[in-house]
Write a protein that binds this ligand. Structure first.
Ligand SMILES: [Zn+2]
Ligand SMILES: [Zn+2]
Ligand SMILES: [Zn+2]
Ligand SMILES: [Zn+2]
Ligand SMILES: [Zn+2]
Length: 523
């Protein structure tokens, strides 16, 4: 047996042995083959120099190389790109003189001294660089008030008469405009029959409501400034264009490899250069330059170890890569090894029903045997899936069957706990009732039974853990830390104790409520 085959088999043993109760005695190496997979790798660098034009408002920023006009800007940009492409072969050549034998990447700075930024600015035409244009909806921000003809006041309507206009006087209401009250001279108007108008205070006019006395109307659109912000320049008075000439280098690494095994092709072509070097012997050849494209070329040679294993009735073929024969896909080896255990558990679960008493012998034995395989306890470990040690279907089955099995075993151990807890809480309630505490405590009367139930349940849970440890791992509680840890992991993972607690809460509450509703006599 060659070194690589031994290494590959050792990996299987090392990974599988701690995970399954059956160990690796069941694995029989059937066939082995060590060969080479040959291919080529290409690392291609494609530099692209291009310009990008942007239009902005406002003045030209200081860091920009300034030219005089927009057409000049286009000219210098195009010229810069042309010059850069002309210089490119020379720059690549001198870069390769230093870097041909290395794995260094071609960077934009090797191809072009950039980015280079050019710009031109010009004054805004519509606003003549002022940033604003005159508002054509008003005169200097205001419009005429038609209500008062720009006087700010209008004739008082209270003292207005058709013939005389506004007089500033109105009829005296104290005497009904007669001048006399109870035969005497009216004290309000002193017999004049008229009094000063309360609308205008005698001045005959009132403030114009429309213009609030200002005599003109401020224009809303220009906020009474008479100016509107110039839209093309956004009020800055200037417009400018910026052209940026820059270089990007696209890098593309690919492996060309033909192999009769599709797994070999996919494993070796989906790695970068570093990843490939870790597995295979990678030899660089002279780089090839065509046009502006630089291509590094490599010969790839990887040792492939094919290890055929007979597992039960199935034959698995594992593939190791490189000198250490690293295996990346274990081809769901655990489900194959533990096939019979899973089938037995499935059968035991379906044949056992939920009960509160008794000892489901068959289910306990099968579950205990199932849990002897570590993999079933730590089924949530993502690594197991990603390495192909288990498959998604197996994980799904374990996560369905195991809580069902454990749930049925736990429920069979719950009968006494439920009975004692429920009766204890009822008894405490009755004591409270007959000792007349109930009438004094009101709603608080349920607290002592609840406390009794919680304490009782906690004690029974302790006992349950001990029993489960003994049943499933053959360990007395406290004596075997590893078994304790496994049990806690299982109970936590599937929320089994919480389900039992919920059930107990329901039973105790129902019984307590029934008792509380009974027409109990007071002694
Ligand atoms: Zn403008
Ligand atoms: Zn205006
Ligand atoms: Zn007015
Ligand atoms: Zn009067
Ligand atoms: Zn008036």
């Amino acid at each position: 047996v060659s070194k690589e085959v031994q290494l590959a088999f050792n990996q299987v043993v090392k990974r599988i042995e701690p995970l399954t109760r059956l160990g690796t005695d069941t694995l029989k190496p059937e066939s082995d083959l060590v060969r080479m997979a040959n291919g080529k790798a290409f690392w291609r660098f494609t530099p692209r120099i291009s310009s990008n034009r942007e239009e902005h408002t406002d003045r030209l920023p200081r860091y920009v190389t300034r030219v005089d006009s927009s057409s000049e800007l286009d000219d210098i940009t195009q010229q810069t790109v042309r010059d850069a492409y002309e210089a490119l072969p020379g720059r690549i050549e001198s870069w390769l003189r230093l870097n041909s034998g290395t794995d260094r990447k071609l960077e934009p700075s090797h191809c072009f001294d950039g980015p280079q930024i050019f710009g031109s600015e010009h004054k805004c035409v519509p606003c003549l660089a002022a940033g604003w244009i005159k508002c054509d909806g008003c005169q200097n921000g205001y419009n005429d008030c038609s209500d008062c003809s720009n006087k700010g006041h209008v004739p008082c309507s209270r003292c207005h008469s058709f013939i005389w206009g506004s007089t500033g006087q109105e009829d005296c209401r104290g005497c009904g405009a007669s001048g006399k009250k109870n035969g005497n001279i009216c004290p309000t108007c002193n017999g004049r029959k008229k009094v000063t108008c309360t609308g205008c205070g005698g001045v005959k006019t009132v403030k114009c409501k429309k213009c609030k006395g200002e005599g003109r109307l401020p224009h809303q659109m220009c906020k009474a400034t008479g100016r509107l912000t110039c839209q093309p320049c956004q009020g800055t008075g200037y417009l400018h264009a910026i052209c940026t000439v820059s270089c990007v280098v696209e890098a593309d690494f690919r492996v060309a490899l033909a192999d009769p095994k599709s797994e070999v092709v996919s494993q070796l072509t989906h790695r970068d250069l570093d990843g490939l070097r870790r597995l295979a012997s990678v030899t660089q050849r002279a780089p090839v330059v065509s046009g502006h494209v630089v291509e590094r070329q490599y010969d790839v040679e990887c040792i492939i170890t094919e290890l055929g294993l007979q597992v039960g009735l199935e034959k698995l073929e594992l593939i190791g890569y490189g000198g250490r024969a690293d295996i990346f896909d274990f081809k769901r080896i655990v489900p194959v090894i533990l096939d019979a255990d899973l089938a037995a558990l499935d059968q035991a679960v379906s044949q056992t029903s939920y009960r509160l008493w008794g000892h489901p012998e068959e289910l306990v034995t099968t579950t205990a045997r199932f849990l002897e395989s570590e993999v079933n306890v730590r089924i949530d470990d993502e690594m197991l899936l990603s390495d192909g040690i288990v498959d998604a279907q197996y994980v799904e089955r374990v996560k369905t069957l195991l809580p069902a099995a454990l749930g049925k075993i736990i429920s069979a151990n719950l009968g006494l706990s439920l009975l004692v807890t429920a009766l204890l809480s009822v008894a405490v309630f009755l004591i409270c009732h007959f000792s007349h505490l109930r009438t004094e405590m009101g709603g608080w009367v349920f607290v002592p039974p609840a406390v009794a139930a919680i304490i009782s349940w906690m004690l029974f849970e302790r006992r349950l853990r001990g029993r489960l440890g003994a049943l499933l791992f053959g360990a007395d509680r406290g004596e075997n830390e590893e078994a304790d840890e496994k049990l806690e992991r299982l109970l936590g993972q599937y929320y089994l104790l919480w389900k039992a607690r919920g059930f107990a809460l329901l039973v105790v509450t129902a019984l307590l409520m029934l008792t509380a509703l009974l027409p109990l006599p007071l002694l």
